[in-house]
Write a protein of this length. Structure first.
Ligand SMILES: N[C@@H](CCC(=O)N[C@@H](CS)C(=O)NCC(=O)O)C(=O)O
Length: 263
């Protein structure tokens, strides 16, 4: 039996957080899922599965409306929602399916706890790691809404300004914390670095919309990072090459780079 099961759309940098930590710590996790587009054809359940076509009907007892990032109908069972009250993926489950763990940073924490590593040397370091994870979640939620608006051609100046404030606040803190160091806490890789690497790789998608931003007279915040926050930029690029991180994030970042080149 695996130590943790995760259901999500794939590839998903939020899932990569757990995958990176699991490989580094030797924790056995199982990741099940499909492309974002196809996840609307799945039963979101404690035992997720692809639905047959005749099960995907408007009168299905499991039908729900997507709330965040999904416009289509989704099929979520009551058992899934009992474990995952916010109804989101990535959705992790204890091996017996009794306990749902949501929020990718908390799924990452689960792996670190199971593998007894990457989570600081004492309670103070663990708590400082938690501080970075919490700050990171706030930033990630801001850029999630911003990227949805960009993808849906719904961005306006007010949302861009809100994103810029969130970006300045968060990235200035990371830049100051990292300075010339390689890792955020305790001089070695921790889940704070892994979470930053994965979320920031997702924020990198903002660069894909630089033309749309320019049309609105706005700048890509990501494009300004190297000039304004060189320590954060150096740290981000170094993490992408880290031997524990590159196997998961490498293909994701490479795909974005090829899409950018093709634009
Ligand atoms: N902060 C959460 C974000 C999770 C999230 O918002 N997931 C969205 C997809 S990006 C979702 O599952 N939406 C389900 C729905 O629309 O009902 C995390 O890091 O896990």
């Amino acid at each position: 039996m695996v130590d943790l099961r995760i259901f999500s759309y794939l590839p998903n940098p939020r899932v990569m957080k757990a995958a990176i930590a699991a490989r580094a710590l030797g924790v056995d996790i199982e990741i099940v899922g499909d492309s974002g587009k196809n996840l609307s054809n799945w039963l979101w359940d404690v035992n997720p599965r692809l639905l047959e076509e005749d099960e995907r009907t408007a009168d299905s007892p499991h039908i729900r409306h997507g709330k965040r990032g999904f416009d289509s109908a989704l099929y979520k069972t009551d058992a899934f929602l009992a474990c995952h009250p916010f109804g989101t993926v990535p959705a992790a489950f204890s091996p017996d399916g009794q306990i749902g763990i949501f929020e990718s940073n908390s799924i990452l924490r689960t792996v670190a706890r199971l593998g007894k590593g990457l989570y600081g040397r004492d309670e103070y370091e663990s708590s400082r790691i938690d501080s970075f994870l919490d700050a990171n979640l706030v930033f990630a939620r801001e850029f999630q809404a911003y990227l949805f608006a960009l993808a849906g051609n719904e961005l306006d100046a007010a949302l861009h300004e809100r994103m810029r404030d969130a970006y300045e606040f968060y990235v200035a803190g990371i830049d100051a914390a990292i300075g010339d160091e390689d890792f955020l806490v305790g001089g070695c890789l921790s889940i704070a670095d892994i979470s930053f690497a994965c979320d920031f790789a997702q924020f990198d998608r903002e660069r894909y919309y630089s033309k749309e931003l320019a049309k609105l007279g706005l700048v890509s915040l990501r494009e300004t990072l190297a000039d304004t926050y060189p320590s954060a930029e150096r740290y981000h690029l170094a993490l992408l090459k880290h031997s524990d991180i590159a196997p998961d994030l490498g293909p994701y970042v490479a795909e974005l780079a090829s899409k950018l080149a093709a634009r």
